[in-house]
Design a protein around this ligand. Sequence first.
Ligand SMILES: [Zn+2]
Ligand SMILES: [Zn+2]
Length: 389
Amino acid sequence: MSTKDYLEKDYYKTLGVAKGASADEIKKSYRKLARKYHPDANEGDPKAEGRFKEISEAYSVLSDEKRRKEYDEARTLFGGGGVRMPGSGSAGGTYNFDLGDLFGGAGSSGGRLGDLLGGVFGRGGGATGTGQARPRRGADVETETSLSFSDAIDGTTVSLRLTGEGPCKVCRGTGAKAGTVPRVCPTCEGTGQGSRNLGSFAFSEPCKTCRGRGLVVDDPCPECSGSGRAMSTRTIQARIPAGVADGQRIKLAGKGAPGERGGPPGDLYVRVHVEPHPYGTFSRSGSNLTITAPVTFTEAALGAEIKVPSHGGMPVSLRIPAGTPNGRTFRVRGKGVRRKDGTFGDMLVTVNVQVPNELNGKARDALESFRDATAGADPRAELLKNANG
Ligand SMILES: [Zn+2]
Ligand SMILES: [Zn+2]
């Protein structure tokens, strides 16, 4: 453990003894507390596990005459634990002043805690709920889903099967083979923290021996090879908001992998694929809906009031002015897709002028009269004139 630990942690308080307690009192109190909080007696209780580590750490210092003296001196020198080191309490990456020189390298004492645990409780106590000391945020998860055209516009709830890493079920996350227990990491003595010295600064980083777990496994679980982690599948219900577009990535906060030891869950990112409209009636253009409406030649030429379908509602009326050319687009306001801010896009109606493929006698007579009445106008006159520059 580091000098920082010495300054921040009150080992006497942790063990519930007075500062001047005898070695015997310390030992007695430790045994009582260690039995109460031992992982075997508190399976799957991360709080008890944390307490157990604290108790073990406190005892490893106070039970050693030399280290207890160093600890007392350190705390006297720096005001009895009232000093908070810069960056303390925050995650790795911040730097702390390295006071190791002052105390003659008090942090090196390999194996002590591990021996202690082995000695007091023996081995083969069965699987225990153990892991890293700190709460850990769950991982962010990415997945995909396919939505129908309508569901993308209206919003929907989808079932998503997520495959992700979680605690190994065989060893319950300990990483240890059945019938064995992990032991406290001798390098970091269970804190999971290592430090790297750069000049006069010491950087905190996860312990290299145990990769931050605070524990090492001698007989690894065959299922997870000692990692304590395994792939598992879960199904969740996810609410997809109205108006999502094809290819959009939606963030569902807190729906990612569960956190560990009280840590918050990660986020879920869902890539959405939107299927085309089953009859091709509508298409999407951002928050606008597009539709092609057939109109007759006379509707386009004379003007008309036509009815066009809207998505999920009654048909709407649209006025086509006289002389509307083929392919002109009209805008019906507010009949598009709901936007994030609650407003709606528009429906864009493009007219497609139809040519009758069959004419009865009366219609033919009428069209022939129309032709005769408009004989003077050649629609290709311009084309012919400009063809040769
Ligand atoms: Zn370690
Ligand atoms: Zn396992």
